[in-house]
Design a binder for this molecule. Structure first.
Ligand code: CMC
Length: 396
């Protein structure tokens, strides 16, 4: 991609402006999530992320995001019970997953299995509130089960069934690691899910809204968003952060690593954000969660490298508004919880499905299909030439 194609340009014919990556271009009204990237504030439906991460649960936050209000005790009990009841996935889905290559990335497995749910629940009644409720329940309930199932299947084992006596996060960790986790670990994981649940019009959520705008089913909406989240500039960055910290190896090597990255214009993974010019508030909370875990279960030696990288980069990347984002400390937390590295992004998806579904519902409430325009830069008025008369061209 040449720089000429990614610079802001004015379409002379229409007088409209092309902003690469739609930077600063509103594409919808939304009342779900508010970000103040200069102050480093984030709220869901008006509640600060700090308060939700400290006091709420992932399922309560999911309800808040999707239906706009905190549930009353009965609504919360009902929602939790429905989600618990739908955690199991059909043996047909499990059998399909057994045919996936064990070497495949778990995000690809998740995208395929999420899409397959549309085959089982194909009634597309998106103007029916009960259909919406049921689809939300199924997706929130089954996505963790499918992530955990693929982990066991690729090791050659049968997936283990969800346990009804365990709450949402504790049950996921149990299905994944095959043992019941310490309640502190389960609570910290639940708080991680709250932190990742929603973040306005990021790439995967935009993808979800575009897909939703065609009035397709919610399983297709989630599958398209999972595919978008997988990329290394989005959710996939959390995997790359740990690889980078290990490559640096020691706090003493941080300065040289940064010299090289800055000179060669390499991205430092887990840093930078389109919305924030300060440290991402979620990164600060995740750092506290990492410290809580290390205090209880022992430190990860890469934490010192991470802290040194954050300190060194403050004077080198900070002036450009580049600070740690949500992915910078999450990998250290997940590793301490025993989650394999290539499941970090699927775990992100388990959480973000709440935000995607909130945007799905909001999009349906005031829908117009997305159909942006382009500035055509290709050839015009060309004549077709018979193959025998063509000369060799660059593309051949
Ligand atoms: N390390 C070094 N320089 C950076 C970084 C970084 N991580 N991020 C941005 N920059 C520089 C970039 O080189 C450019 O400099 P210049 O103007 O001199 O050419 C300037 O900052 C603007 O960068 P950009 O890539 O145009 O910014 P963007 O808003 O398009 O991209 C981003 C945002 C998150 C894709 C980018 O910061 C990045 O690639 N970060 C690393 C990957 C990462 O951590 N992604 C997770 C994002 S947060 C969670 C999520 O969305 O899933």
């Amino acid at each position: 991609m040449s720089q000429a194609q990614v610079r802001e340009t004015i379409n002379e014919a229409s007088g409209t402006v092309f902003r690469p990556g739609l930077e600063g271009v509103p594409v919808t009204h939304s009342s779900i999530c508010d970000i103040d990237g200069l102050q480093g504030n984030l709220s869901y439906r008006g509640y600060s992320i700090q308060e939700l991460a400290a006091k709420s649960t992932f399922l309560e936050t999911t309800y808040l995001l999707i239906w706009g209000e905190l549930p009353n005790p009965q609504q919360l009990r009902d929602f939790e019970a429905e989600v618990q009841m739908h955690r199991r996935v059909s043996f047909r889905v499990r059998d399909m997953m057994k045919c996936f290559p064990a070497t495949g990335h778990p995000m690809d497995a998740l995208q395929s299995s999420a899409a397959s749910l549309g085959l089982f629940y194909s009634r597309r009644a998106i103007d029916n509130p009960q259909y919406i409720y049921d689809a939300v329940v199924r997706l929130i309930a089954k996505i963790p089960t499918m992530v955990a199932a693929f982990q066991l299947i690729r090791k050659g084992q049968d997936p283990i069934q969800p346990r009804d006596d365990l709450a949402y996060s504790a049950n996921f960790l149990y299905m994944l690691t095959e043992r019941e986790q310490d309640p502190l670990a389960a609570r910290i994981f639940d708080r991680c899910l709250i932190l990742h649940a929603e973040h306005s019009l990021n790439a995967s959520t935009f993808s979800a809204r575009v897909t939703a705008s065609t009035l397709t089913d919610p399983y297709a909406v989630v599958a398209s968003a999972v595919g978008t989240l997988a990329g290394p500039l989005h959710g996939g960055a959390n995997e790359d952060v740990l690889a980078m910290l290990e490559e640096i190896g020691s706090p003493n090597n941080v300065s040289a690593y940064l010299d090289d990255a800055i000179t060669n214009k390499k991205k430092v993974m887990g840093f930078g954000h389109r919305e924030y010019r300060v440290k991402d508030p979620r990164a600060s909370i995740l750092q506290d969660l990492a410290e809580e875990l290390f205090a209880r279960f022992g430190k990860d030696e890469m934490y010192d490298v991470a802290r040194e990288l954050e300190a060194e980069s403050a004077s080198r990347l900070g002036p450009k508004g580049i600070f740690p984002n949500v992915d910078f400390y999450s990998g250290l937390v997940y590793r301490k919880l025993g989650i394999p590295r290539d499941l970090f992004t699927p775990v992100f998806a388990i959480s973000r499905v709440a935000g995607w579904l909130a945007h799905w519902r909001e999009q349906l409430g005031a829908n117009r299909i997305f159909r942006p325009s382009q500035i055509y830069t290709g050839s015009k008025s060309r004549q077709w030439i018979a193959p025998s008369e063509r000369t060799t061209t660059e593309g051949s």
